[in-house]
Design a protein. Structure first.
Ligand SMILES: Cc1ncc(C[n+]2csc(CCOP(=O)(O)OP(=O)(O)O)c2C)c(N)n1
Ligand SMILES: Cc1ncc(C[n+]2csc(CCOP(=O)(O)OP(=O)(O)O)c2C)c(N)n1
Ligand SMILES: [Mg+2]
Ligand SMILES: [Mg+2]
Lengths: 334, 328, 328, 334
């Protein structure tokens, strides 16, 4: 079957639609997702197709919604809980961290929690400090959670379909800037397994690791650097947990130089963890320190220029790649 | 507050026998469990259900197969009333591989999913949204299963109470919230925790039919839950039942409960739920003291056998644990 | 629901004038602000307070210096009523260094701490515990200051409502929770969000004296808050006031509000709070239409000047920002 | 004035007591902290001394308690909110992440939030998955929060006193195993500024970075290794945010080898972040990959042996130090 170019939000809708059609246990709840079709139109049309039982609007009760989703999952359903902004997921952190993530272990493996929280993060449009965070690191640190961050319509659809078929709690983190971006998506059925990084661009000089909305920026940087003959390999892990360290290490073995770019703040972010893994497992492969391009250590300001300065832009990525490439062994080094 | 059984001498013997045996099994489990704890065989927290047996017993006895319960940190009673195997419970407390959670969970996390018990919980209040979720799953799959969440006076001051019950209400779920109002959160009294100690009113304020029952009377609880469950299955849920009770002990095994006044302890001891279940048997059936004593002996034997079983069981090894984690 | 001012023709002119000017200032701020937004001068969210002016106006006018308010995502009205400088508000919306938050905050985060305004909030429901905290701080330092948290019908289904109000109740704080029940959370109606749409009952269920008032009548709100604030200062707090109202627009500037039925819009337009404040002036004082028109002109001029001021102001530079972050 | 040997919990109590005596804005709320003196007896006697206004028991409402604390701080008070287990702080994550941490920036610097959350984490005693977490990484990732993790009575007192005098929100994370440990504490007044690491033991062969309950284990490991003539420098950052990278890098410049030990799970933990900083800033100093000894990627099991296996023990630390010391440059390396 042919590919079509569709938007990220449409790809997400197709995934939900197909899985709802295939499995009566799948349902979705969220604020304004039914009648209104969701703030990003991801759920548009689902109410008409699947009815009020399986497509429900909720009051403003994030802890309750997440908790109810976790309970439904424990009882064997396959809930998708849409949280408008990842920032609001903080209201449901208890249910995510203490219940969803731990239930399987606490029950000695007998209980499963096929719960999906769909939400979106990142900066964009001046929505300021409480609507702009990139909080994947918080979920990444919690054993038992899968953390998925698709950067393209193709990945979004395949990963969401896979999420709806596996049995563990998934933090499915979309990006507000990506909903209207387009990409090729096959007509036919496919899923993308968790833990498989995608090499979004092959290259030999530097490994550039990026996810979610940083992938388009990494790609733009790579294109720009290519003009100078610099060959950048862009690795998109797609799922942070599980993390495909194999693909990452293979790329590093080839390029010897690594830049990791994340929208989240530098301190305690996922990039640091990936860097720590690479330096531990590929210490002698590295020809330069791993460089992290990340958000500043700040809540996101409202002001446009300050907002932009708070998160990595294409020139920041370009500069970082040049830096690791031209990294000279200091004179004084042993 | 203690009242006569609602319908005089008319209960089937099987029901009364089941209620008595369940309440007594909980009583034995907790009393003997405390001894195991004191002998150092059980680690972590142990929150005894002693004194509150009527609630789990009455409620779970009124449920059908396929119904769900969600429990609390004080969860042994619910687990037993919902039909758990005693030996697997003891094995869990003893950290054994043969336990409900293979020793991974312990007292605060025993779950018995096959029996519809979604588990005890270490987080006060968490059972409410979880139970509502199970009720939602049931509604979505067109099942008429009912979910009972057991919760507590302390949890009724937590946001999960409002959010969970309100969701159940707007969705007309087959959900019953049972507040076990034992009048304390650890040593903090209910009067210190809220101005309005008639907790069922919180349900009313959300449009949920709510009422108070004598939480030391297993038949009062049974009747309330049977009634609500029936109405749920007719699409009239959810409901809230506040069952007033009192602990026999401190909050957990190591809490002497010195803040509990003697008069109150005495008042509730006179209304002991296990005694009451026993009296129902004597009053409403032909069973003799001797026959009841035989039940007791059986129950005690079951517990003793469970300990033997658990002690003979092995533990999950570190290697098995690490293997399990590879898929985590 | 609309009712006559409680005490006939007896209000001081200064009070009525203040109420009218405040309501009108909010009206102008929001109407003109929307225009700035449409011109692309304001980014992010803009939730107009149009139609709800009576609530902030009535409530804040009843407060004294040193009292606190905590606000919502729909916070411009509260900020103005609490005495903010219009130019600093406009400058904030225009991301300027001269704004209340130097352009770091924007519409959803304007705070005016000097005036006791703890800030707008991007998280629905957050103002309740924050306001209770301010009331607690006041009590601890022996001040009789009162804190009003403005909250919303949507927020009343959030756990923060229960937890915050219950804490205020057990501690007898000088706290007044004002629910602005505009009957929607974005496009979701209150009937979809809860079975019990008389939200004040939730306060009663926590032992908090609670009542409903006409949220489109600035004097009704003023009277309610004045009364509650006085009782608070006598140690009788907290209180809950549910003020029923309706938006004139959609949820935010880009929401056409097509879900809002015409009859309802018409009903509330006939009870427009600014008109009502104006009518009070005409009915209860000697002020003439011309004098009121002069007020209006002044208010419009103030806004125009604020825009001029804001447009002439600079923005925080990236360097200044990074310097600030060094201490963050 | 003389030093005395007192327990960690007593040191904490002294800090609160002295600061409550000195500043009427300081107050404390928590579950069972007043009448009962707190589950770890940290607040024993404070009710009698400071009365019901300033020492209050609360219902079980963590989100509310934390929110009320943040609000009181914004209004100029200096609240200490005690949360029984850090696991329960997840209920108040919204207030911590979106309100307390961001208020100062969102108000352009005019608002301050001198809010202190005292809580405790870590394994111990079979309290299982929902009462045993080490969650510092979650707070560490949020700009605007200070994260303090004292390992000794001396540090606990000095840091808590400092916390009560500065103006930013502090996550003061104690450890359930440390409350009854003893250490020397001066009679007199002192404070410990944030961002000053403490070298708990000087050494020259390896830098061993540890905090909270891992410090005693690091010290035990160092003592054992000393028997074999291995000289271990134990660096305790004491505050993770701000982090004293200067002291850490100076130690690394000296030893060239680093082991970081944390009780929290490896993935996305603070150790990874510290490792990423060291490899970025001291790349050529390193003679071996930085090794992280951390918790397994699991919720903590109830079973004693499995619980022990889940978090670093002294022999794990010893083994890791030996490993980085005997790390040989692989034959195939360039
Ligand atoms: C969210 C949360 N806060 C605090 C605790 C610690 N804790 C365990 S049981 C308990 C008291 C619970 O009282 P209540 O809810 O009335 O239940 P009861 O113990 O009386 O059955 C507390 C405070 C907890 N487990 N979870
Ligand atoms: C916790 C949280 N959930 C969701 C949102 C997104 N949101 C912003 S305003 C709003 C509707 C609020 O309705 P209501 O509380 O009634 O206030 P109103 O807008 O009517 O003033 C929603 C859902 C939010 N800001 N915070
Ligand atoms: Mg209780
Ligand atoms: Mg509303």
């Amino acid at each position: 079957m042919a590919d079509r170019e569709i938007m990220y939000r449409d790809a997400l809708r197709e995934a939900i639609d197909e899985e709802m059609a295939a499995n009566a246990q799948v349902f979705i709840i969220g604020e304004g997702i039914a009648e209104r079709g969701g703030s990003y139109k991801v759920t548009e049309g689902l109410l008409a197709k699947y009815g009020k039982k399986r497509v429900r609007d909720t009051p403003i009760a994030e802890a309750g919604m997440i908790g109810v989703g976790v309970g439904a999952a424990i009882a064997g359903a396959r809930p998708i809980v849409e949280i408008l902004y990842v920032d609001f997921a903080m209201l449901g952190m208890e249910m995510i961290v203490n219940q969803a993530a731990k239930f399987r272990l606490m029950t000695g493996g007998t209980g499963r929690v096929p719960f999906i929280m769909r939400t979106q993060g990142g900066t964009g449009g001046g929505v300021a400090a409480q609507h702009s965070q990139s909080l994947e690191a918080l979920f990444y640190h919690i054993p038992g959670l899968k953390v998925v961050m698709p950067s393209t319509p193709y990945d979004a659809k395949g990963l969401l379909k896979y999420a709806l078929r596996q049995d563990d709690p998934v933090m499915f983190l979309e990006h507000k800037h990506l909903y209207m971006t387009k990409g090729m998506v096959p007509e036919g059925e496919y899923v993308i397994e968790f833990g498989k990084a995608d090499i979004k661009r092959e290259g030999s000089d530097v490994t550039l690791i990026a996810w979610s909305n940083m992938v388009p920026r990494a790609m733009a940087a790579a294109a720009e650097l290519a003009k100078d003959g610099i060959s950048v390999e862009v690795v998109d892990p797609r799922t942070l947990s599980p993390l495909d360290t194999g693909t990452i290490l293979a790329s590093v073995a080839k390029t010897k130089r690594v830049v990791i770019v994340q929208e989240a703040v530098r301190r305690g972010g996922v990039a640091s963890d990936i860097a720590s893994i690479i330096q531990e497992q590929a210490f002698y492969d590295l020809d330069a320190p791993i460089t992290i391009v990340a958000g500043l250590n700040t809540p996101i300001p409202f002001n446009l220029e300050l907002e932009k300065a708070s998160v990595p832009q294409v020139p920041d990525v370009v500069a970082a790649v040049r830096k690791v490439l031209h990294h000279d062994i200091p004179m004084a080094a042993e | 507050m203690p009242k006569k059984p609602s319908a005089g001498n008319t209960r089937p013997r099987a029901l009364l026998e089941k209620i008595y045996k369940t309440a007594k099994t909980i009583r034995v489990f907790e009393s003997e469990g405390i001894k195991l704890y004191r002998r150092g065989l059980i680690r972590g927290y142990f929150h005894p259900y002693l004194g509150q047996e009527a609630i789990a017993t009455g409620a779970c006895t009124a449920l059908k197969e396929g119904d769900y319960i969600a429990s609390t940190h004080r969860g042994h009673g619910h687990c037993i009333a919902q039909g758990a195997e005693i030996k697997k419970m003891v094995a869990e407390l003893l950290q054994k591989k043969t336990g409900y959670c293979k020793g991974y969970g312990g007292s605060m996390h025993i779950a018995d999913i096959a029996k519809g018990n979604l588990g005890a919980n270490g987080i006060v209040g968490a059972g409410t949204p979880l139970g509502v979720g199970a009720a939602l799953a049931s509604q979505i799959r067109g099942s008429d299963a009912v979910t009972v969440t057991f919760t507590s006076d302390g949890a009724s001051n937590n946001g999960t109470f409002l959010e969970g019950l309100n969701l159940a209400a707007i969705w007309n779920l087959n959900f019953i919230l049972v507040i076990e109002n034992n009048q304390y959160a650890v040593s903090t009294t209910i009067e210190e925790s809220t101005r309005e100690t008639e907790l069922y009113k919180r349900g009313e304020s959300l449009g949920v039919p709510s009422r108070r029952v004598d939480g030391n009377d297993p038949l009062a609880v049974y009747d309330a839950i049977e009634d609500c469950a029936k109405l749920c299955r007719e699409g009239k849920g959810p409901f809230l039942i506040e069952a007033v009770t009192y602990r026999h002990t401190g909050h957990h095994v190591n809490d002497p409960g010195s803040y509990m006044p003697d008069e109150k302890k005495k008042y509730y001891a006179e209304r002991d739920p296990v005694n009451r279940a026993r009296q129902y048997l004597l009053d409403m059936t032909d069973l003799t003291e001797a026959q009841i004593a035989a039940f007791d002996a059986e129950i005690e034997q079951e517990f003793a056998d469970a300990v033997t079983f658990a002690e003979a069981s092995g533990e999950v090894s570190v290697e098995e644990f690490k293997e399990f984690l590879e898929t985590y």
